[in-house]
Design a protein around this ligand. Structure first.
Ligand SMILES: [Zn+2]
Length: 248
């Protein structure tokens, strides 16, 4: 069973690799090898971007009562927009390229097999409070802080934050703690907020969000962590498990 699923994943991964090849070599960069903890500077000179569209298949993610939109569809649409913007400069790899269910731990395993890569997991948010809105960017590893900072700044240029950089959050999630490569999870906006749900339903808005993330990835590849502020402290916490209490 395990063997079969590995074969399935391997063939799925190779079939998902887009026909886009990097135009420059990844040599000379930092933090490009797989690393368990990620207590190191952020990556520079990487050439592979793994794009994880959140949810899929039987897992719809959030569903907006305002627009009827499913998070899984918006996430995949944004993933494809992001890949299109990176094409020609980076090799892009989709965790899922259709409406299929992929277990979180399998997403982690697929990402961790790639060397010289970063992982972006793309989501739309939901809250029991309909007034909550705004983009949030999650990271855990020290080597992911610079990229997360750049992404959050870019998203706030599209959707300005009310105050400061509250949308940058360090949280131990399976997609931020467990991959052995730099990884960032992006929540583009709250589908539970009427105004933001309508914004996110607009393809032009999703295109602006994808551009902001693409620009952040390009800046990180060129400049590493330069200009992204002090690094967070290294934290030796265990891998995130499905049985962990939410938000820990
Ligand atoms: Zn989600």
């Amino acid at each position: 069973m395990r063997y079969l699923s590995l074969i399935l994943l391997t063939s799925l991964l190779s079939s998902c690799i887009t026909a886009s090849h990097p135009s420059r070599s990844g040599s000379g960069g930092t933090s490009l090898a797989r690393d368990y903890w990620g207590h190191r500077p952020g990556p520079q000179g990487f050439h592979t971007v793994i794009i994880d569209a959140g949810h899929g298949g039987r897992d719809s993610g959030a569903v907006s009562r305002h627009t009827g939109d499913y998070e899984k569809h918006l996430a995949l649409d944004t993933a494809k927009r992001l890949a299109a913007k990176l094409r020609g400069q980076f090799l892009t790899v989709f965790i899922r390229s259709g409406d299929s269910f992929v277990d979180l731990d399998d997403r982690v395993a697929m990402a961790s097999r790639q060397g010289g890569a970063i992982l972006l997991s793309l989501h739309y948010n939901s809250s029991s409070s309909s007034s909550v809105r705004g983009p949030e960017t999650y990271y855990w590893r020290v080597d992911s802080h610079g990229l997360a900072t750049r992404i959050q700044r870019g998203l706030e240029s599209v959707i300005p934050a009310k105050s400061g950089n509250l949308g940058l959050r360090r949280r131990r999630l399976r997609l931020t703690r467990n991959p052995q490569i730099p990884c960032v999870l992006v929540e583009f906006g709250y589908l539970s907020n009427a105004g933001e749900a309508r914004l996110c339903a607009d393809p032009a808005h999703r295109d602006r969000l994808a551009s902001a993330v693409a620009n952040a990835i390009r800046a990180q590849a060129q400049q590493g962590d330069a200009g992204t502020g002090p690094k967070p402290p290294p934290l030796n916490q265990p891998l995130s498990r499905p049985t962990d209490p939410a938000g820990t």
